[in-house]
Design a protein around this ligand. Sequence first.
Ligand SMILES: [Zn+2]
Length: 232
Amino acid sequence: MFIGHTAVALLGKRAAPRTSLGVLLAAATLLDLAWPIFLLLGWERVAIDPGNTAFTPLDFVSYPISHSLLTVLGWSVAAAIVYHAIGRYGYGAWTVGVLVLSHWVLDWITHRPDLPLWPGGPRVGLGMWHSVPLTLAVELLIFAVGLAVYLGTTRPRDRTGRWAFWGLMAFYAVVYAANVFSPPPADTRSIAWVTLSMWLLPLWAWWADRHREVTPQVAETAYGAVDRPAVA
Ligand SMILES: [Zn+2]
């Protein structure tokens, strides 16, 4: 899943309005941000196997550190603790933890049974990726919901707040389409390097989010948002 994780980050803004979309996006994609590093270190492995599922040519041979349920629970708790230590914002810390864990749940729905419950343990996955139409329908639907919720939670403070945000959304649309229609990657090293460039996306989201503000309606009702500045 790609824009599905982004959608969940957008939804997270409603749960923790004082937390930056950049932090929420980093949390929702933390496992995929760590994965290319583990690939380059040789700790995890991927192979190219067109037809593996209809949606992706990637065969996730081994990724016990970034994508086993047990280690993901650890990443989730660690991310929540670190965020709470920095931000002192309970709703934000809970949201960050849930977003990290949500990644595994969404991957479990989409991947074929290649996600280990613990390193070396049984592998699970419901395999939605076997159907391209179903994958597109589900991902685009939750993305539309996430976008609507984020737009209902924040409004641009200035032009940057409008265009940096819509630029990011357009970028996702282009990358997603390219992902669906492009031929399989040439080699596994280039997969790692291309995935590593995803580190720029939370930074972009953080920049756009800094130029937006929580709408007055949400600020009145949202958890911990009243009259208090953004955390990070
Ligand atoms: Zn993943």
